[in-house]
Design a protein around this ligand. Structure first.
Ligand SMILES: [Ca+2]
Ligand SMILES: [Ca+2]
Ligand SMILES: [Ca+2]
Length: 445
């Protein structure tokens, strides 16, 4: 643990050499708006109907014998019943389901409560948080609403936010926080002294579907606030690495550090330690609009920023260390003030990824860090030069594809082979296979 005076010395010395906060965060004063778009839980887009049967519910006063007679008169056969609902799955025996439904309604409408096709709908849970519909376009961009039909997180998984502290009293974060640590003052006061950490936390884990505020990528989780910054938001590699190690020792599955720290050997070491303990580190690529010059770390997931059209922001850094890209702005996240506002930077991109990792682990907590990282990379939507490139990494993250892969068991065997050689800037691949095809390995039993 670093003492406060020593910490300040470190920061003043290293401040000129690149220990720079990445938080290009802007609060645009959206708090005066009061959007009340309370959307119903969406049934999603209808894809098709199962052709071999329909769903029929008779009116309660229709005797069983009459039900059988009606079905046989129409040349239908009961397959099964959803007993608590009294809804029958009725085989159409090769007839057009729409014709069958029309005939039933026409001649026996008095006996039938309803008859409908057994539609397959595309999942797309829409939370009722008032800011969601109009301001959080980043969530739609990464297809989080579809993933939320499968999982909205797990209260047994912990995300550590290594940052400026977190306002754990914020209404849309309240109840999520575990005890943390302040590595700047070497005490347990993890209050946010800057606002950056609270904004980062909201992007990943703001409580969704609670009717207030915003929705993070994960709606249930444990949030471990680890303050590493000075009051001005700057932080030392040492504090950051200490916090990552602390998180690893205290069971964090994912550690988010929205700082440009991927080039630090100390942070890399902490990331390796975290991975050995079963977790993953996500960092920001930086907001300097230039090549970082860093080599890839296999233990760090570094994230750059794309806009709503999947074009890389001019201010986003890039380079050989980029792993994936993610939205660089959200229209609304939790603010230190207790309200909500917009937030931009690779500081936003990193927690978009951290939240997705939490979702992946929520579906299958037994996955290893390498397996989760592999899913993240292979599920990313490729842009730019085919396959990995230094501007998009493996691509822009896609929650739907990632969760689908987990559900399918499309997971590399563990222990895993190295995912990929560290990409080289000077030999950017131009015609490689997409990462999924290039690196897919046999599925585990
Ligand atoms: Ca909320
Ligand atoms: Ca990496
Ligand atoms: Ca690419």
């Amino acid at each position: 643990m670093e003492g406060s005076p020593k910490q300040r010395v470190i920061i003043s010395i290293l401040g000129l050499t690149g220990i720079l906060i990445v938080g290009l965060f802007v609060y645009l004063g959206l708090g005066s708006k009061s959007e009340k778009e309370y959307l119903p839980a969406s049934i999603g887009r209808v894809l098709t109907a199962l052709p071999d049967h329909i769903l029929v519910k008779f009116k309660p006063d229709v005797p069983a014998q009459s039900r059988s007679e009606i079905l046989s008169r129409h040349g239908l056969k009961e397959n099964s019943e959803i007993k608590p609902l009294g809804v029958k799955l009725v085989s159409t025996l090769g007839k057009s389901y729409q014709n069958v439904i029309d005939d039933l309604n026409r001649s026996d409408g008095a006996s039938i409560e309803f008859a409908e096709p057994d539609y397959i709908v595309e999942p797309g849970l829409i939370p009722n948080d008032p800011w969601f519909a109009n301001w959080q376009k980043d969530k739609q961009q990464i297809n989080a609403p579809v993933a939320w039909d499968t999982t909205t997180g797990s209260a047994s998984l912990t995300l550590a936010i290594v940052d400026t502290g977190v306002n754990c009293g914020h209404e849309d974060l309240a109840g999520q926080c575990l005890a943390g640590w302040n590595f700047y003052n070497n005490n347990n006061d993890t209050a946010d002294v800057n606002g950056h950490g609270t904004a980062v936390a909201g992007v990943a884990v703001a409580i969704g579907n609670n009717g207030i505020g915003v929705a993070g990528n994960v709606w249930q989780s444990r949030l471990m606030p680890l303050r590493v910054s000075a009051p001005d938001g700057t932080a030392a590699y040492s504090a950051i690495a200490s916090a990552i190690a602390y998180a690893a020792d205290n069971g964090a599955k994912v550690v988010n550090n929205s700082y440009q720290t991927g080039g630090s050997a100390t942070v890399r070491s902490a990331a390796s330690y975290l991975k050995s303990k079963g977790g993953l580190l996500v960092v920001s690529e930086g907001n300097y609009g230039s090549n970082t010059g860093y080599s890839n770390s296999p233990d760090i997931i570094s994230v750059l920023a794309v806009d709503a059209s999947d074009v890389i922001y001019s201010w986003s850094s890039f380079g050989a260390d980029v792993d994936v890209s993610a939205p660089g702005c959200t229209g609304a996240t939790t603010l230190l003030s207790g309200g909500y506002g917009s937030f931009c930077g690779t500081s936003n991109s990193a927690p978009e990824v951290s939240g997705l990792l939490m979702l992946i682990w929520s579906v299958n907590p037994l996955l290893t860090p390498d397996q989760v990282q592999d899913i993240l990379f292979r599920s990313a939507k490729d842009f730019g030069a085919p396959g990995w490139d230094r501007y998009y990494g493996w691509g822009r993250i896609d929650a739907q594809t990632a969760i689908d892969m987990v559900l399918r068991g499309d997971v590399i065997a563990s222990p895993t082979p190295t995912l990929s050689p560290a990409p080289s800037i000077s030999s950017e691949p131009s015609a490689t296979l997409p990462p999924g095809k290039a690196k897919r390995t046999p599925r585990p039993k």
